[in-house]
Design a protein around this ligand. Structure first.
Ligand code: 4NP
Length: 155
């Protein structure tokens, strides 16, 4: 099993959106027996909470399931439990490096590093209010991520 975790700050806006969108793509393309998807936040602020209503509304709009998604905090043992650790922005990336130590971060990267967009940080809709912009970027990054995994893991 290949394990992927998306990481943001609160685990209520961006990373649960990415978890749901990426799981949807994985299932749609028939890789759901091979790729497992999770998300986490670097903060402990929203542990056990469901995603933000803005994220839930977007997922519902695009017919993407948000079933069983609840916030949890990223922890050190996630470093070994996951094959791909995908940060939503630079500050999340830096926080992950602080938790895991820089020697244990070869499989940590930012989602939008896989895309051609200029700004490699997924904007935080908790502050911007623009969940649609975030959704479009998450979808673009998720498509690229699935291509990367299929290629690297020879699926
Ligand atoms: P997220 O957004 O990292 O995309 O889940 C945020 C959610 C909550 C807060 C900040 C960012 N907060 O300050 O509670």
């Amino acid at each position: 099993m290949i394990r992927v975790v998306f990481v943001c700050l609160g685990n209520i806006c961006r990373s649960p959106m990415a978890e749901a969108v990426f799981r949807h793509l994985v299932k749609e393309r028939g890789y759901d027996k091979k790729i497992q998807v999770d998300s986490a936040g670097t903060s402990n602020w929203h542990i056990n909470k469901r995603p933000h209503i803005g994220t839930l509304d977007k997922l519902e709009k695009y017919n993407i399931s948000s079933e069983n998604i609840v916030a949890r905090q990223f922890r050190k043992d996630d470093g070994e439990a996951f094959d791909y650790i995908v940060a939503m922005d630079q500050s999340n990336y830096d926080n992950i490096v602080s938790v895991l130590g820089s020697d244990a971060c070869s499989h940590v990267f930012k989602l939008l590093d896989l895309t051609e967009v200029t700004n490699k940080d997924v904007p935080d809709p908790y502050y911007s209010g623009d969940f649609e912009e975030t959704y479009e970027l998450v979808l673009e990054g998720s498509e690229r991520l699935l291509e990367k995994i299929i290629k690297e893991q020879q699926l």
